[in-house]
Ligand binder design. Sequence first.
Ligand code: FES
Length: 107
Amino acid sequence: MPQITYVDAGGQERTVEVSSGTSVMEGAIRNGIPGVLAECGGACSCATCHVYVDQSWTSRIGNASETERAMLEYANDARHNSRLACQITMTDALNGLRVTTPETQGG
Ligand code: FES
């Protein structure tokens, strides 16, 4: 099962295993990771699952859809490596993915 490491704004790391097909948002919620609120439940309509993707992974996870890019405009402190965690689906190829949760989401 692929692993995801969530890093909070203070630098604390939490690594969890998730099934392929699980979103990075679902991996956080199911494992009690702080800093991912996911108020819309994964419908790409709240931007409270905003994460920063580690630089070494940005090209491997592919580009955000137009809808996701539009929602990211509502995210606090969006950066070039910002993504919505509900829109990243884990696969074995993404084993080891690292994301940082924004301080503004309590991360
Ligand atoms: Fe709402 Fe991702 S959970 S946009």
